[in-house]
Design a protein around this ligand. Structure first.
Ligand SMILES: C[S@@+](CC[C@H](N)C(=O)[O-])C[C@H]1O[C@@H](n2cnc3c(N)ncnc32)[C@H](O)[C@@H]1O
Length: 282
């Protein structure tokens, strides 16, 4: 049965989130944002903003980074999942008590805020999970002030390149992408960001790569392992569910671990994941 009641669209989408809401996964989101901070924030600037909004704030780890970088900001975080907001409330307790942060459970396509409430917006790894990314951007535009900036960072799984070829990993990735699409997500939404933003009515869109590239320039094995382990953890976060649904086998997961271990030790290996980042103006 499809839920069509206006007050309930979040229920279906909250359940249909490929990474899930376990404590391990919530901890992973904190590690992920720490690992990616220097890449993601290189071209983000909220220094002239006062009150910004983050859609799909998860456990609040981007908000923590935002407050560290721009301590004057007031930030409103929205997530479709109550359990993410509960965890974010713990992480950001002192900032909430100080009136700097407020958190809300809401679908990004139906925000409980007045028009023109915010003078900046962040979206990070959310549209790839959203059933209607265009609706999220339209709604975001409604609550943003004219002239304010939206920064949006998303994945582009088809752009992942690995050398030498890792067949087990390639097989897993195809199954992962297919499953994400079954859940109404889009593993390649990153390259569509400008199209979506222009359709939503934003202007001055700029799209850039946030490339993470492992190659011969990183010679230290432990540094190489950090990059590989980061992506392994990210893609494997869906593995328990994929195994439970018999879409992949534990043997395939073992084979991938061995393949990726070889990449760590092979100085000629290449691993590129091109995150996409868009800036758009309302
Ligand atoms: C990968 S996490 C990213 C969290 C955070 N932005 C970060 O970078 O750490 C994606 C989050 O988007 C939320 N989400 C997915 N679809 C959503 C929607 N339509 N509206 C609001 N939040 C959504 C999920 O519940 C999840 O917490």
């Amino acid at each position: 049965m499809t839920l069509t009641c206006k007050s309930m669209p979040s229920i279906k989408s909250a359940q249909a989130y490929i990474h899930g809401f376990s404590k391990n996964e919530q901890d992973r989101l904190i590690r992920q944002s720490t690992f990616l901070e220097s890449y993601i924030y290189k071209n983000i600037d909220f220094s002239n903003c006062h009150h910004i909004i983050e859609i799909g704030c998860g456990v609040g780890s981007q908000i923590q980074i935002l407050l560290h970088r721009w301590p004057h900001l007031k930030i409103t975080g929205v997530d479709i999942s109550q359990s993410q907001i509960n965890r974010a409330s713990q992480l950001l307790k002192s900032h909430i008590e100080a009136g700097r942060v407020s958190l809300h459970v809401s679908h990004g396509g139906e925000l409980p805020f007045a028009d023109q409430s915010f003078d900046g917006a962040l979206v990070c790894f959310v549209l790839e999970h959203a059933d209607h990314p265009l609706n999220v951007l339209k709604e975001l535009k409604r609550v943003m002030k004219s002239g304010s900036s939206l920064y949006c960072t998303e994945g582009f799984n088809t752009g992942l390149y690995v050398y030498p070829t890792c067949l087990a990993f390639q097989t897993y990735l195809e199954i992962f992408n297919h499953y994400q699409k079954q859940l109404n997500g889009d593993p390649d939404v990153g390259v569509k960001l400008c199209n979506l933003a222009l359709k939503a009515g934003f202007s001055d869109t700029q799209l850039g790569y946030v490339p993470i590239q492992l190659d011969n320039r990183i010679r230290d094995i432990s540094q190489r392992a950090i990059v590989i382990n980061f992506f392994t953890e990210c893609f494997f976060s869906a593995a328990p569910e994929l195994i439970a649904q018999e879409k992949v086998t534990p043997d395939l997961i073992e084979a991938i671990k061995q393949e990726l271990d070889l990449l760590k030790n092979n100085q000629d290996s290449i691993f590129i994941y091109p995150f996409q980042q868009m800036k758009a103006i309302k």
